[in-house]
Every structure is written in structure tokens, then in C-alpha cells.
Design a protein around this ligand. Structure first.
Ligand SMILES: [Zn+2]
Ligand SMILES: [Zn+2]
Length: 105
């Protein structure tokens, strides 16, 4: 499966780029601009260093803002979302195959 960001549903060519993206977009402290590695790490940083509570992951799509989830790259994504993703990709594959078949006719 191609690397993708659970928080914003974007595709990436490389998991390293995905991790950089998550650090820069989703786990970056808005106060001191430090980049953290995970949601909980980010929340703990803000709590301990700035005495601030983080309600949700920044730049995430609605419903994917859970700061408690420890997601790093593609690790830690809940299985139900992985399954959902697989289904969506399969559907896309089938659609492109159908299109190809139609073009061949
Ligand atoms: Zn993202
Ligand atoms: Zn900070």
C-alpha cells in the first residue's frame, strides 16, 4: 500500500516523506515551532513546556483529530481505517481497469 497520511488523507511516495509531513503539518508546536513525532508527544510537549492543552491534531480532516492516537507514519493506524483504505484503493483499481477495458473496445 502506498504511504498515506491518516490525519489528512494525502498520498505520499515514500514513508520518510510522510513522516516529515506529519511532523511539519500535524505535530508541530504552534508556540515554539518544535516538531514532535506523534500526537500524544505533541500534547505532552505543549502541556509540559507551555502549560497548554491541545484539543485536536492541527490540519486534520474532521473526525481524524484524535490527539491520543499514537500514529507514526503508517504505524498505529487503527485496523478499521486500514481496511477502509484497502477497500477504497481496490474500488479505484477496478474503476481504472474498467476504463482501460472500455478504451480497448
Ligand atoms: Zn497529513
Ligand atoms: Zn512548543
Amino acid at each position: 500500500m502506498k504511504p498515506w497520511c491518516w490525519y489528512c488523507n494525502r498520498d505520499f511516495d515514500d514513508e520518510k516523506i510522510l513522516i516529515q509531513h506529519q511532523k511539519a503539518k500535524h505535530f508541530k508546536c504552534h508556540i515554539c515551532h518544535k516538531k514532535l513525532y506523534t500526537g500524544p508527544g505533541f500534547a505532552i510537549h505543549c502541556m509540559q513546556v507551555h502549560k497548554e492543552t491541545i484539543d485536536g491534531v492541527p490540519n486534520a480532516i474532521p473526525g481524524r483529530t484524535d490527539i491520543e492516537l499514537e500514529i507514526y507514519g503508517m504505524e498505529g493506524i487503527p485496523e478499521k481505517y486500514m481496511e477502509e483504505r484497502r477497500r477504497v484503493l481496490e474500488q479505484k483499481n477496478q474503476e481504472t481497469q474498467k476504463k482501460k477495458q472500455n478504451q480497448d473496445d
